[in-house]
Design a protein around this ligand. Sequence first.
Ligand code: MSP
Length: 650
Amino acid sequence: MQKKETFYITTPIYYPSDNLHIGHAYTTVAADCMARFKRMQGYDVFYLTGTDEHGQKIEKIALEKGKKPLEYVDEIVRNIRNLWDTLLITNNDFIRTTEKRHEEVVQKIFQKVYDQGDIFISQYEGWYCTPCETFFTKRQLVDGKCPDCDREVELLQEESYFFNMGKYANRLLEHIESHPEFIQPESRRNEVVNFIKMGLEDLCVSRTTFQWGTPVPFNPKHVVYVWFDALINYLSAIGYDSDEEKFERYWPANIHLIGKDILRFHAIIWPIMLMAMGLPLPRQVFGHGWIMLEGGKMSKSKGNVVDPVILVDKYGVDAVRYYLIKELSFGQDGLYSEEMLVNRINSDLANDVGNLISRTVAMIIRYFDGKIPAADVTEPVDQELQDLAQQVFQEATAKLENLDFSGYLIAVMKLVSRANKYIDETEPWLLAKDESKKNRLATVMYNLLESIRIIITMLAPAMPTLPERANQQIQVFADSDQIKWQDAGSWGLVNSGAEVKKGEILFPRIDLKTLEEDNIMDDNKADVVENEAAKATEEKQPEYISIDDFARVDLRVAEVIACEKMEKADKLLVLRVRLGDEERTVVSGIAKNYKPEELVGKKVILVANLKPTKLRGTLSQGMILAASDPDDNDVEVLTLERIPSGNRVK
Ligand code: MSP
């Protein structure tokens, strides 16, 4: 049997100082999406996550709670494991830095690097804050005082072990230069390069001021610095020094997926540690952006952390995963609010995906007694749908390969929109009225099911329960647990003759108003008491819409590539516009103010998610924006110069 290609992906190992929030869930869900994608492609995947349990902070919190450190973290680690179960995370292992299999490897490596002279003992000098039990450098002090508690600090010396990182700096720079894919996204790479070029100091890799850590093997007064300890999890979990076959199979890792906050540890300290060990470097370190709240960062002290378990309970695991994966665009920070989550579920999942499936199911039941018909009569519009499916497959694959998670889902949703539009264009309800068009109707139904099969296949890494739930209604997969990614790149795999059944609504619409009235939204909006006085002032207020209401209008830059007058309609122009790589037809009532040739080449603003409608027999797919005087005599189309077509206006 041919050996499968391997794919080793990791998340950071999280501090079990407290329960995890939606920000941590983001990294783990995104990595899971990647792991599932690679498994669907046929790779032998190893997906690792775990917990980083040593260090002074954990020791201190446990002490405050009157517990032993291990006793304290055990409970949180249980919650973390449950959280990953709830989010259907398919990690192959869960490593804890307090496990023997890990501590042994840390000691081995520390010893090895010490023996070869890259770790040496010296005096650590720093400003020490006794209440915080922490050393600071002079630069970190604020007005000469502790940056955490604002108390006096004293200059202390402590015997410590140091790691000579400078020795490997040039080799690392060369590696970064000759492997542009090593640090991603690209913008983050420059930040790392500049940091290395400023000169790397020796890194202090042991502590004597607390006990909770892996002891230095030849001097147990010292414990190994938490980061030196933690990074080694990526090796200890796959059998470094204990299971040679497994280690050889998976190392070097393909991707360390991490948040941008810990990039320097992974892109500088970690590769240098590996160089000192004589091991190859991971192929890629990817630092994604952060999920922010409107008021800034999530933090326990602000009391604004968002618990993913509650969200899954309310909205279902597929919807929460979909939201997380879609919302954070490539390497950038993203904003979270529950209202945005609900709007996203309603627009993408309930309206677009859910409706496509339920309309198709209803029509096949109505027109073909639920039996999936065979395709027969093919028209150009069918080819267009097929071509787009192929194009979306290529695009979604490429985006996922590049860890552009939101780009991947945006690509898939293009096919969802196209398939919904296909229903409007082919008008099956009219075909059904004409017995001679029965074959054509069958083809339309078949093509819709094919599109749905392809869409669900591509959504599976993000929404793992969708294939099984959808298959109960549409039977497009022989085995919904064994779907291959590549099948999304083929057309015609649905078997005719199988049966379609009406089933549960896959993504029920969520009523934001009810949520607010029931007082179960995450922010405190629903806490407002509606008394008479408040109501009275409300009545006088203009009717505001929220920023999220506005965000539902998909405004796009569109380039006019052709334009003509509509026959027998003196007010209407028919424009052909381009949005990125998509083209559309739009009918606009501006013929009195513009000659067709005046508009060609202009970039206008299109309301892209307006329901398509037929105007004098021509399907208008959106509306262009224009300003006018009160009598509509003078009309001016809004145009742009610089931003390329396809981009959003917001
Ligand atoms: N224990 C270290 C990592 C050691 S890896 C060898 C650590 N742990 S952590 O619990 O603080 O988790 C850090 C990671 O959680 C971040 O790098 C990021 O991946 C994720 N996130 C935490 N908050 C986040 C957001 N608000 N948004 C997105 N991800 C964030 O650092």
